[in-house]
Design a protein around this ligand. Structure first.
Ligand code: DUC
Ligand code: ZN
Ligand code: ZN
Ligand code: ZN
Length: 484
């Protein structure tokens, strides 16, 4: 049974042209004019694009004494409904736990997925077992990315020596390290100071994690990656200081990638001030929302190519869960939603405003991510042989974002009331229509795990080119007798 998407304009990361797309067996089998099939999807007036890939989500994640409220069912429904056809979730071993045991839990949770998915593995502690299991994870489990938290002191945080050891192991295995870059020691001290001074509300969350703390950690992670001879992916880049560190590294010839979130691009720090407690607490995430100057820096980075991906860090908590932190902002579960809104919000605030082009939109929501995560061209491409994960985006279709109509399981939406244009007429997951004109037709369990191979030859860094990491034993004569 072949399906043809007819009369649309194909938009990829580098081309815009009119053609039909023919799909069979879940894959794109032909691209060209006047194609015929058993079933036709009309794309008149629409753009046919690679489906979005969200490289950063946390579904049903145990965190801060609770679980994030969207699981692989509601989370991937939200994804498809907003034109995202693949998500990459973080497998999070408890400190001391086997990576492979944690992965079993994640495999189990993900059986409910409506769209394809992959995992990053988090390195939340360090030891011989982790060192050994990393090889199995890469070579047998199809995971080639390892996440490191430089914040969350006392739980998920790893120290510099542990990061250096893990990054070096990534270099050996052809894997890519990811970092949550915030100086966790400083954050913990600032949090305590704010509490001691009687600042216990959600605004104190923002005060405790200023941009400089993220900039410092980003730069430190870059140096550690360079010394380990491995590229680096910085998740949720939210400020100019972090962007600046990434720009500088790239200018020096290092493979360093930065990932702004749609939330940081479109919402600012005013959400934490002069609002009621619930409003602000619902927007508590790490890093926190920043001011307009930081937002401008992130937009500029997407346009200039110094930042490559737009994600959500979708980690949604209900208002009741947020209220665990009444009287102590440190206990407000960190995280916001965005999976369903990422593409429409970026289209509205990026493409429709002229900040980025349609092709750049595809690059930062899909193609760049597929390339960086070694999924390309199976995902992120409109090419013969690629998976038919597609979004047929209608640039005229609009809606007002509201929690009342969302797929997410939580009781609010941080983008509530925003008017967006650019919505899916169709979303296809491996050739199957998952969304048609706002109504969901997807099936729980349709989603499959996508294994990712180790990287071929990208584990080079500036320090290895300069051979700083290859010490040479110096033979000397005339060594003086030791002093004293
Ligand atoms: N930040 C969040 O806001 N939530 C999940 C984890 C993280 O780093
Ligand atoms: Zn067929
Ligand atoms: Zn994070
Ligand atoms: Zn995250």
């Amino acid at each position: 049974m072949a399906t043809v998407i007819k009369n649309g304009t194909i938009v990829t990361a580098d081309l815009t042209y009119k053609a039909d797309v023919k799909i069979d067996g879940g894959k794109i089998i032909e691209i060209g004019p006047d194609l015929k099939g058993d079933e036709t999807l009309d794309a008149t007036g629409c753009y046919v694009m690679p489906g979005g890939i969200d490289p950063h989500v946390h579904l049903e994640m145990p965190f801060m004494g609770t679980y994030s409220a969207d699981d692989f069912d509601s989370g991937t429904r939200a994804a498809l409904s907003g034109g995202t056809t693949m998500v990459v979730d973080f497998c999070l071993p408890d400190p001391g736990q086997s990576l492979l045991d944690a992965l079993k839990r994640w495999d189990n949770k993900a059986t409910r997925a409506h769209c394809d998915y992959s995992f990053h593995m988090a390195v939340t502690w360090w030891g011989e077992q982790v060192f050994n299991e990393m090889q199995t994870v890469v070579q047998e489990k199809g995971i080639n990315t390892f996440k490191h938290f430089m914040a969350y002191k006392g739980s998920l945080m790893v120290n510099d020596d542990e990061m250096f050891a893990s990054f070096s192991r990534c270099a050996e295995l052809g894997a890519l390290p990811l970092v949550h870059a915030e100086n966790g020691d400083i954050v913990a001290s600032m949090q305590q100071k704010l509490m001691d001074e009687g600042n216990d509300g959600p605004e104190a969350h923002a005060y405790s994690r200023p941009a400089s703390v993220e900039g410092e950690a980003t730069n430190r992670a870059i140096i550690i990656a360079d010394m380990a001879g491995v590229p680096l992916y910085v998740v949720h880049t939210s400020c100019e200081q972090a962007h600046e560190a990434i720009r500088r590294a790239r200018q020096n010839g290092m493979r360093v990638y930065g990932e702004p979130l749609i939330q940081h691009l479109t919402l600012d720090e005013s959400e934490y001030f002069d609002k009621d407690w619930d409003h602000s607490a619902r927007r508590v995430m790490s890093p926190p929302f920043r001011n307009k100057q930081h937002q401008d820096s992130l937009w500029a980075g997407l346009a200039a190519g110094s930042l490559q991906c737009v994600a959500t860090d979708h980690c949604a908590f209900t208002t009741d869960q947020k209220r665990y932190g009444v009287g102590d902002f440190r206990k407000i579960p960190n995280g916001t939603g965005g999976l369903e809104d990422r593409l429409p919000m970026l289209w509205t605030y990026g493409v429709a405003t002229g900040r980025i082009t349609m092709n750049e939109f595809v690059a930062v929501t899909s193609t760049n991510i597929a390339k960086i995560l070694n999924l390309y061209p199976r995902k992120g491409a409109i090419l013969v042989g690629a998976d038919a994960d597609l979004v047929v985006l209608d640039p005229k279709k609009s809606k007002t974002i509201s929690a009342k109509t969302q797929q997410s399981a939580i009781d609010y939406n941080v983008f509530e009331g925003k008017q967006v244009t650019g919505l899916p007429r169709y979303t296809l997951s491996r050739g199957v229509v998952a969304v048609e004109d706002g109504s969901l037709k997807s099936r729980e369990g349709h989603g499959q795990f996508v294994a990712r191979e180790p990287y071929p030859a990208v584990n080079k860094a500036l320090s290895t080119w300069k051979e700083l990491t290859a010490p040479r034993k110096v033979e000397r004569s005339g060594i003086p007798a030791s002093g004293v």
